[in-house]
Design a protein around this ligand. Structure first.
Ligand SMILES: Nc1ncnc2c1ncn2[C@@H]1O[C@H](COP(=O)(O)OP(=O)(O)OP(=O)(O)O)[C@@H](O)[C@H]1O
Ligand SMILES: CC(=O)N[C@H]1[C@@H]2OC[C@@H](O2)[C@@H](O)[C@@H]1O[C@H](C)C(=O)O
Length: 395
């Protein structure tokens, strides 16, 4: 019996698809990755998705159509993935899909209807219609409805799979946005998790703008490593209100917009592309350092594990090691967790909990008032729970 996990993150680079063995998970609580794949978005598709993430370019019609289209696209990609890996759909218990976050407002506004809300598109009925399989999706809204910020959800995965009895660990994701989970060695202590600020979003936006789209990201941090860092500018940028907000807190592209990046670039007027990238990379690392010093018991953290695309940026990894000279700063891979697939695997497991009716979020991390079962289920061809139990019975 297999589960498929599908993730499309804030960097909008593509769709991660994994297949995990639920048999191994049920029997030994171990995660066995059967197959994995990233489907890169082409430029047009990425731009269409990106347009829906910004107030000045999104339209009601396009959000609605992209919601349906992304669902259909995800379905088609999963069908192809199963075919390529010779995985029979009959053995797939469900597909669990995060969708694409296009708007995330964890605090709400002043008017009565402006309550905390979040929207992930990629409609699960379309995925079900294409794959003819049960789909679990729409996780974040459940946590938000229960008073949480709908993120960071990976804190639940980190707390359960990355705990160590003898050392305190911080798990730092550097995707589009950055987030951390502090996993104390003492299980009685609360897990703390929040978004630290930008991940690769500033670097990506800057390099795309300054190279007219020729480069999508700073491969291995090579360009930044040749530049000089403007520490004065970074100190000024650290006055941004997000860095002093109380926990719980989460953020997104709503804060780190293209116009915010343009403004930073303008402030570095006259600097070379290398200098700009070096400064934006160092700024990103500074937000992480500041976050740990302000919100985490730093003296109880022995090891810092980095995952997400940022772990492949050698320059950023070097700056992180310098920022925490007394800690071990390592890519998550060393713990045997395939860092690139972590999010898709986690959503596959969240879907499993949903199917069983078990809680799958961590209130201490998201700020929810209670443990809840996140996720909604769509299945166009019958009763998803009966099908699930039948497959489990065949184990
Ligand atoms: N070899 C590399 N060198 C430098 N940076 C890289 C490399 N590979 C990926 N990246 C960066 O990582 C980003 C993608 O990271 P990732 O896939 O973890 O983000 P995501 O899952 O979309 O975001 P989030 O976790 O915020 O939802 C790319 O946009 C790029 O900036
Ligand atoms: C609203 C939303 O999609 N948030 C993402 C984003 O990307 C990183 C960071 O901001 C994190 O809070 C979250 O994703 C990860 C998977 C999480 O919920 O743990």
């Amino acid at each position: 019996m297999y589960a498929i996990g599908v993730m499309s993150g804030t960097s909008l680079d593509g769709l991660d698809i994994v297949c995990i063995d639920l048999h191994a998970y049920e029997q030994q609580q171990s995660i066995q990755l059967i197959a994995s794949k990233t489907v890169d978005y082409d430029v047009t598709f990425k731009n269409q998705l990106s347009e829906q993430c910004h107030n000045n370019s999104a339209t009601l019609a396009n959000i609605t159509m992209m919601n349906a289209y992304l669902g259909k696209f995800i379905g088609e990609q999963v069908v192809q993935f199963l075919h390529e890996n010779q995985i029979s759909p009959l053995k797939v218990a469900f597909i669990s899909s995060h969708g694409q976050t296009i708007f995330h407002e964890p605090l709400g506004g002043e008017l009565e209807y402006e309550i905390p809300s979040t929207l992930q598109i990629g409609d699960i009925s379309y995925i079900s219609e294409v794959t003819r399989l049960p789909i679990v999706g729409d996780f974040r809204t459940g946590d938000m409805a229960a008073g949480g910020q709908g993120a960071p959800l990976l804190s639940y995965f980190d707390a359960n799979f990355l705990h160590a009895a003898d050392v305190g660990r911080a798990v730092q994701n550097i995707g589009g946005i950055g987030n951390v989970t502090y996993v104390p060695s003492d299980k009685q202590q609360a897990v703390i998790s929040f978004d630290t600020g930008p991940g690769n979003v500033l670097i990506d936006s800057a390099i795309q703008k300054l190279t007219d789209g020729q480069k999508k990201f700073d491969h291995n941090g090579e360009m930044a490593s040749e530049g000089n860092i403007n520490y004065e500018a970074i100190q000024e940028w650290m006055n941004h209100s997000y860095y002093s907000m109380p926990l719980p807190k989460t953020t997104g592209r709503e804060l780190y917009t293209v116009s915010y990046v343009n403004d930073l670039i303008e402030q570095l007027n006259g600097a070379s592309l290398e200098d700009m990238l070096a400064t934006l990379t160092a700024y990103t690392v500074e937000t992480i350092k500041h976050s740990y010093e302000k919100y985490l018991p730093l003296n109880q953290i022995d090891e810092i594990y980095i995952n997400g695309g940022g772990s492949l940026n050698a320059f950023m990894m070097m700056l992180l090691a310098q920022a925490f000279p007394t800690k071990k700063v390592l890519p998550l891979e060393v713990l045997g967790v395939p860092a690139v697939w972590k999010e898709a695997i986690a959503f596959a497991l969240f879907g499993y909990q949903t199917m069983l009716g078990l809680p799958n979020q961590l209130p201490s991390a998201t700020g929810a008032t209670r443990e809840i079962v996140m996720g909604k289920v769509a299945y166009c061809d019958g009763n998803p729970y009966v099908r699930f139990e039948q497959l489990r019975g065949e184990l």
